[in-house]
Design a protein around this ligand. Structure first.
Ligand code: CUA
Length: 227
């Protein structure tokens, strides 16, 4: 999760988030190279004394500085498209989780297993334990097995919310009257935090999402003992 002085992105908990981080680094390096080149060119333009009163055009240099940015854009666009299609690819999910946005809490349904349903409210400050994170802890966490393809169906009952978990690279809008789908694969155990990221009203900041990722054995155990 993000903590104080955490710069850049959170550590990934899924293979796709790892790819997103690689793409982010790749794009940032290109950006830095462009910034350095342009700054150098501007500096040398400001501080030189070369004057050519009759220069109106330079076909060759104009050709070069048109084509090079175009090629640079392709180097960003192609990996971006690859990621876009990878993120939407879903085959044989083991579990489908429904998450429904409400003002201002989430509710979840595990329709695969005798219709487990529960609401998930933020833990208020006066009920927090010493090891809880303020504004991030909930009363009922989502329990999911790691190393499995998981399908998520997202919708809402009142206004638009957004189901967002940075460490899994997931962000889906929850629209009333629509059913949106996404998927992820958690590759390690842990607790992963998210927040609503669609301005949905007064308590928008107070409807966090918590996923507890456990082994499949413990998950089956949890399903069997759920009452
Ligand atoms: Cu729900 Cu913002």
């Amino acid at each position: 999760m993000a903590t104080w002085s955490n710069f850049s992105l959170q550590n990934s908990a899924s293979p796709l988030m790892e790819q997103i981080i690689f793409f982010y680094d790749h794009t940032l390096i290109i950006l830095v190279m462009i910034t350095i080149l342009v700054s150098y060119l501007m500096m040398s333009l400001f501080f030189n004394k070369y004057i050519n009163r009759f220069m109106l055009e330079g076909q060759m240099i104009e050709l070069i500085w048109t084509i090079i940015p175009a090629i640079t854009l392709i180097f960003i666009a192609l990996p971006s498209l690859r990621l876009l299609y990878l993120l939407d690819e879903l085959n044989k999910p083991l579990i489908t989780l429904k998450s429904i946005g409400h003002q201002w809490y989430w509710s979840y349904e595990y329709s695969d297993f005798n219709n487990i349903e529960f609401d998930s409210y933020m833990t208020p400050m006066n009920e927090m334990n010493k090891n809880n994170f303020r504004l991030l802890e909930v009363d009922n966490r989502i329990i999911l097995p790691m190393n499995n393809q998981i399908q998520i169906m997202v919708t809402a009952t009142d206004v638009i919310h957004s189901w967002t978990i940075p460490s899994l690279g997931v962000k889906v809008d929850a629209n009333p009257g629509r059913l949106n789908q996404t998927n992820f694969f958690i590759n390690r155990p842990g607790i992963f935090f998210g927040q609503c990221s669609e301005i949905c009203g007064a308590n928008h900041s107070f409807m966090p999402i918590v996923i507890e990722s456990i082994s499949i054995k413990n998950f089956i155990n949890w399903i069997n003992n759920y009452s």
